[in-house]
Ligand binder design. Structure first.
Ligand code: NAD
Length: 302
């Protein structure tokens, strides 16, 4: 058996088209577009490349986009004041502070200063609480888990009553996706198990999963014999396992591997995400969706 590939690159295009159409409609009716500010502190190359991609996507969708680059030695006080300025700016609906921040800045303090109604990353404790309560309380589901849920739902997989096993309990992937899948809601209603480094028998839990979501950051952690035949396997892991020369650019690029032994797993699973090209492209897409949602909340049309 060969699994159906869940291609994040294709689902991304589908969602971006939907966002684009809504942005045009809102612009015509209300004369406003979603506004997103990306605050980048310092010159970390990985952060620059993430931010560049975010800006490109926001521009492509017709958002108002501000890239606010600050030097590595900005004081915590000045950074908090900058966030406060955007909190008060009516043309800005989403504020994103690119992590990691330099060591002299308290990351928690910075994230907690963002107005929860502009926290399109969904990391503010208020939004974590709203997600936990579920239903109409939810404003901004964190982007990677929201992308995972979209991939599952748009692949036509029935989540109601499904055994979902999540490998990993981080605040940005494992815990929120587990919480989202157990809610009494469409695309959820699942029976959820979360496994982690202290779990006694990882294999026995994974083998029960109708939907297996793996976010551990360990290459090939999930063995093919742990996969239930026909299961949906969502591999969130992005592990750099070496370097190669790109055929396109002739430059050195990282060789990426997921947390699942893809080549063997695809012969057993019913659905599987590749790495790269699975969950990865969904994160920025969902950030755009949250920014649009923020504007819709403000206009009272969400
Ligand atoms: P993390 O390190 O914060 O958390 C990993 C979790 O996995 C921990 O809770 C840990 O208990 C669990 N874990 C680790 N090793 C394990 C093992 N051997 N057995 C059982 N559990 C184990 O990582 P994270 O931020 O949640 O990210 C996980 C992976 O997902 C990473 O590879 C990361 O790069 C990737 N990621 C991808 C995207 C994306 O594609 N957009 C976004 C976020 C994270």
């Amino acid at each position: 058996m060969s699994a159906k590939l869940i291609k994040g690159t294709e689902v991304r295009e589908e969602i971006l088209e939907e966002i684009s159409a809504e942005v045009a409609q809102i612009k015509e009716k209300h004369g406003i577009v979603p506004g997103l500010v990306t605050i980048l502190v310092g010159e970390n190359p990985a952060s620059i490349s993430y931010v560049t991609l975010k800006i490109k996507t926001a521009n492509q969708l017709g958002f108002k986009e501000i890239q606010d680059s600050q030097s590595e030695d900005i004081s915590e006080e000045d950074l908090l004041a900058l966030i406060d300025k955007y909190n008060k700016d009516d043309s800005i609906h989403g504020i994103l502070v690119q992590l990691p921040l330099p060591k002299h800045i308290n990351e928690k303090k910075v994230l907690n200063t963002i107005d929860p109604d502009k926290d399109v990353d969904g990391f503010h404790p208020v939004n974590v609480g709203r997600l936990m309560i579920g239903g109409s309380e939810v404003r901004f589901p964190p982007c990677t888990p929201a992308g995972i849920q979209e991939l599952i739902v748009r692949s036509g997989i029935d989540t109601s009553g499904a055994e979902v096993v999540v490998v990993g309990r981080s605040n940005i992937v494992g815990k929120p996706i587990a919480n989202m899948m157990l809610q009494k809601a469409d695309g959820a209603n699942s029976t959820v198990t979360v496994v982690h480094t202290r779990t006694k028998d990882l294999a026995s839990h994974c083998k029960r999963a109708d939907i297996l979501i793996v976010a551990a950051g360990v290459p090939d952690l999930v063995k093919p014999e742990w996969i239930k035949p026909g299961a949906c396997v969502i591999d969130v892991g992005v592990n750099r396992v070496g370097e190669k020369i790109s055929e396109k650019t002739g430059k050195k690029i990282a060789i990426l591997k997921g947390d699942v032994d893809f080549d063997k797993a695809k012969e057993i699973a019913g659905f599987i995400t590749p790495v790269p090209g699975g969950v990865g492209p969904m994160t920025i897409t969902m950030l755009m969706k949250n920014t649009l949602k923020s504007l819709k909340f403000k206009l009272g049309i969400a």
